[in-house]
Every structure is written in C-alpha cells, then in structure tokens.
Design a protein around this ligand. Structure first.
Ligand code: GMT
Length: 374
C-alpha cells in the first residue's frame, strides 16, 4: 500500500506511535509518505520506503498567524495526487483530521482518498473540548473513513463527549520489545546512586496533566524509610515548579532532572520502578516502554492506564493524587525482592504478549484493508 502519515514531529506519544508505525509498515514493504512541518525526531536515519514531505507555511505579512492547517491540506493534496496514495493516516485530530478532510474534498472526482484518523488523548479530552474546537473535531471524526482510539477509555470519551455514533476501533499503543528490553545498566546506575539506593523514574512532557509534583512527594515519603532517587526525564511548563518543590522539601540530592533525553532504554534500565501519577492519560506509552524493560509501574487510576497495567501483578494503581498510597506501593516493591522480581517479569510479559509491535501493527494493516475495501 501507499500510505500517507501525518503527525506532530516533536516530542509526544502520538508522534512516536505514528513514526514507529511508519517505520514498521515500511519494513513490511509498504511505501510511506510522512507529511509534517519537520522530520519526526524518531526518524533520525534513512529508511528504505519512507519519504518525508515538509509542509512550509507562507510568511506573507498579511497573515498575522501562520496558516498551517491550510498549508498542510495543500501538501496532502499534492502528495496524495503525485505519489498516488491509497490512504492518509492522520494522528491527533486537531488540525490533522480537518486538513485531511479538506484534501479529500479537493481531490473528489480525481481520486477517492481514504482518511483514517487515530485519536490519541488530549485531542479529545482537553483541546478538542474547547468550545472553539468542539464542532470541528466532531465533524472531522464523523467524516473520516475510519477512526481508531488508543484505548477503550478514549473511545467511550469520544462517543459521549462529542455525541458521535460512528464506529471507533480500539488499537492500542505498541512497543518494540526487542529494543525496549531488560538490560541492567549498572554503569549508568553507579553514576546516579550508590549501590544501596533504589531508583524511581518518570518521563513526560511536564505538563500539569502529568502531576509530576506527585512523583516528587512520593519520593519524599519513600526516602523517609529507605534511600531512594527519582530520575525525571523530559521538560515542559511544570519543570520550574518541580525544581522549587525539591528545594522546599530539601530533596535536591534525591531528585535528578535529566531534561530531554534520547537514550530512554538505557535510563529505564538503570531504574527500578516507573511512576506515572497523571491526571489524565488515554494510554500511557511511557509506562508501556518501561514495562517492556521490566519495570513495575505505579500509576494513577485514570483513562487507559488500568487497561495497560494489571493492578497487583505488574504494578500498582492508586487514586489520582493519593501520594500516600503510591509511596506505600513503592516501598512494598522496593523492600521485597521476591515480589519485585515477580512484578518485573509480569510487566515485561504483558508488554511482550499484548502490546508488541508484531501484534499491533498488523491490526493497523487489517484496518487499512477494511477501509480500502469498504
Ligand atoms: O499529552 C501528551 O501526553 C502527549 C500526547 C500526544 O498525543 O503526543 O500523548 C497522548 O498520546 C499517547 C500516544 O497515543 C498516549 O500514550 C498518551 O497517554 C496520551 N496522553 C494523554 O492522554 C495525556
């Protein structure tokens, strides 16, 4: 198949899934055309069968605001026509699904360009709910040829919040478990913490929805009982607030801010437990990547996280903001070697058996075929 993929190219789960999907589809012999304003960060080297088309926006002085959605639609038309695409798979509804709809309409009569929209999370649960976007998101979803959501939670939210009756298929996030695998990184670990210390890790974009300060409060409590470090990977609007909290709680030695990092597998493998205390999380790709590396996960009980993490098997789930309980769970795991080993193995097994790319990518392929034949 000849497939166009549009996504946000910078940090963020939807861009990661879109790019990894493109890479895997290319390996399976499909021709992939990525259409975005920059090269996705996970596409760092040349891969056969993948072509990148950059969307440029006009800087004409009359346009006080860049017309990205329109430039994107124009580029979609151009690529679909000249590369003879079979379908366009857009990740994150705003504005990608709307631009795709426009492209499809422009091409009518010349070709029937099929559109598949994958909903990822904040496009539905946060941004899409803003009154200025609500009608646009509903319209764009209803006019896609196929729609997928990354969890049952997100599917239900979409149907109820936007009063949509369209069929939405659930295709979860996936991980390359040959790459994300247990491979204890003792060298890196020694740089971070002495041998007797345990290490918690959290990766995110430090947006308020991630509640990163909860992870710090958990570490404060755990550290009263056993020596522990927290690795914070990523950057974003809440980072300064987190740094301030560490100073206030006298935890500057305990909490290490690593900023944005490329070598996530190595960092995960230097840690013991992954913590994700989010306010809202439609799937939790970062937690899946940690599980694949054999890290038990402590999470909040929101969104799609309970679909990913089996409570009391490969991790623990607590109410949003219940820092006391999260700290208890962390201590339970970090002070009980046998239990830890069992949870670690369960986490890895669940990632491999349910969410490996070899299981999930064929689901997308089957969905493409269904749309093209429908
Ligand atoms: O808001 C974010 O965390 C980024 C966002 C994205 O679209 O890049 O992540 C969402 O999509 C990921 C991939 O499907 C999911 O794993 C994340 O759970 C989801 N984030 C939220 O729902 C907050």
């Amino acid at each position: 198949m000849k497939i166009g993929i549009t996504c946000y190219p910078t940090y963020g789960g939807s861009g990661v899934i879109a790019t990894e999907l493109g890479k895997e589809l290319a390996l399976r012999g499909h021709e992939i055309h990525i259409i975005s304003y920059a090269l996705p960060f996970r596409l760092s080297s040349y891969i056969e069968n993948i072509f990148f088309h950059e969307v440029e926006t006009s800087s004409y002085p009359l346009f006080e605001f860049p017309l990205y959605s329109l430039s994107l639609a124009s580029k979609m038309v151009e690529v679909a026509e000249f590369e003879n695409l079979d379908l366009l798979h857009v990740h994150y509804a705003i504005p990608h699904a709307t631009s795709a709809y426009l492209a499809k309409e422009i091409l009518k009569g010349k070709k029937d360009l099929k559109i598949l929209t994958t909903l990822h999370g904040t496009d539905i649960t946060l941004v899409g709910l803003e009154p200025s976007f609500m009608h646009l998101v509903k319209f764009s979803i209803e006019n896609s040829d196929g729609v997928t959501a990354v969890s049952r939670f997100l599917k239900e939210k979409t149907l109820t919040n936007y009063s949509i009756e369209k069929d939405i298929s659930v295709i979860p996030n996936f991980v390359d478990s040959d790459l994300y695998k247990p491979n204890k990184n003792l060298e890196f670990r020694r740089h971070i913490a002495p041998e007797n210390e345990k290490i918690l890790v959290h990766t995110s974009n430090f947006r308020p929805v991630k509640r990163v300060t909860d992870a710090i409060r958990v570490v404060e409590q755990v550290n009263r009982e056993i020596p522990v470090k927290l690795l914070l990977v990523g950057d974003g609007p809440d980072r300064s607030e987190c740094e301030r909290l560490c100073r206030q709680l006298n935890l500057c030695d305990q909490v290490k801010f690593l900023g944005k990092q490329e070598g996530i597998v190595e960092i995960l493998n230097a840690a013991d437990v992954f913590i994700i205390p989010s306010q809202s999380e439609s799937f939790g790709l970062a937690a899946l990547e940690a599980m694949a590396c054999g890290l038990p996960v402590i999470s909040s009980s929101v969104g799609g996280l309970p679909e990913l993490i089996k409570h009391n098997e490969g991790g623990f789930i607590a109410e949003i903001g219940d820092v006391d309980r999260m700290a208890k769970y962390a201590l339970d795991l970090l002070t009980n070697e046998k239990k830890y080993e069992m949870f670690s193995q369960n986490a890895r097994n669940r990632a491999v058996n349910k969410f490996d790319k070899s299981i999930v990518v064929p689901e997308y392929e089957a969905f493409y075929k269904k749309i093209l034949n429908g």
